[in-house]
Design a protein around this ligand. Structure first.
Ligand code: TXA
Ligand code: MG
Length: 326
């Protein structure tokens, strides 16, 4: 029998304590967050962080998000500008990641930011993630707990499936905190002086950000990929994906939305919050239904629908460049 990741454990207080001990020993823990499950390591321990890349099968060292227990803890890691402070006050704890200038004395190994002068930080709102951060007492570097190029896990069982091989043996514990209620990764915004650059659309919309701080995030115009999650072929299921489908062809599973029923549905009520929370698990389920293709009903391109469509386009893109998928 090959060694693989351990079975998920319900995130009771003693399991959280155990997880904190495992992290302090430089080993990895899968933790639930409100967005997706994360594969966590002590951000100050370069060997532990390197193990994340090994388990994910990531071909390159993409920068990781550092999870913190409070805005105060963020101050030890990055230079928090007044604009960043406003955003933290409005959205933390919650699914907004801020990319800020890394402090030279930040107690975080270089591998976390892949040598960049900036660092991505976020304070998750999930009770289990917060309890774990408090128990371990250090920032946790954590990418989504999927294998590189696969769909982000929104349930502990997804993680166990993804890591059920030899690479998974580096994971000390999978904490099961139930299904993630947001289900989409965090929005990533780089704070550049008085300007905001949207690096990844996500659970918090550009409109919400603009309302909270008076600054509208602009799209990334640099032409270079600053958030590799932006690669087109990201989040790909095994089956080919066709978008804007009203009906299924004979070799397709149809994922419905609202009035378009489908074999399974993102949200029968046409509710975008429910659709976001179900997106990745629907793609996973559709992938296991034995059809060659997945057709997806149209999802309206406003509010959370923007981030949902962004992920769907990536799922549908040709899988010719998985190199930097996270
Ligand atoms: O919701 C989330 O954000 C989840 C949970 C676990 O917190 N995490 C997550 O991490 O989605 P990951 O590694 O799958 O995606 C992080 C993204 C990557 O696209 C990475 O390139 C970008 O954040 N990123 C990290 N540090 C960055 C930096 N300094 N500058 C620009 N992009 C950065
Ligand atoms: Mg990811």
């Amino acid at each position: 029998m090959i060694a693989s990741a351990p079975n998920p454990q319900k995130a009771h207080p003693d399991a959280i304590e155990k997880a904190a001990r495992i992290l302090k020993q430089g080993r990895l823990v899968v933790m639930p967050t409100e967005t997706v499950y994360g594969l966590a390591a002590d951000a100050g321990n370069a060997q532990a962080v390197a193990r994340i890349f090994k388990v994910k099968g990531r071909p390159s060292f993409n920068p990781l998000i550092c999870h913190v227990a409070s805005p105060k803890d963020a101050e030890a890691l990055v230079n928090v500008t007044p604009l960043a402070q406003k955003l933290m006050a409005a959205f933390w704890p919650g699914p907004l990641t801020l990319v800020l200038e890394k402090r030279p004395d930040a107690p975080v190994c270089d591998l976390v930011s892949a040598g960049l002068p900036s660092l991505a930080i976020r304070m998750p709102s999930h009770d289990v993630a917060r309890a774990l951060l408090k128990a371990v007492g250090c920032p946790l570097a954590a990418p989504s707990a999927n294998r590189s190029g696969r769909i982000s896990p929104t349930e502990a069982s997804h993680v166990a499936q993804d890591l059920a091989d030899d690479l998974g043996k580096d994971v000390g514990l999978i904490l099961d905190g139930g299904p993630c209620n947001v289900g989409l990764e965090s929005t990533i915004v780089a704070v550049k002086g008085e300007a905001l650059v949207l690096l990844r659309p996500g659970a918090i919309t550009a409109d919400q950000i603009t309302d909270a701080c008076g600054v509208r995030p602009v799209g990334d115009q640099s032409g270079t990929i600053t958030a590799p999650g932006q690669m087109l072929s990201h989040y790909a299921p095994d089956a080919a994906v066709r978008l804007e489908a009203k009906t299924a062809k004979h070799d397709e599973v149809l994922i419905g939305f609202g009035p378009i029923k489908g074999d399974l549905s993102l949200s029968e009520d046409g509710d975008l919050i429910e659709a976001a929370a179900r997106l990745f698990s629907c793609l996973r389920s559709a992938d296991t239904m034995g059809k060659k293709k997945i057709a997806v009903a149209p999802v309206p391109p406003h509010g959370l629908g923007l981030a949902i469509n962004d992920r769907l386009r990536r799922a549908a893109a040709p899988k010719n460049n998985m190199e930097t998928s996270t």
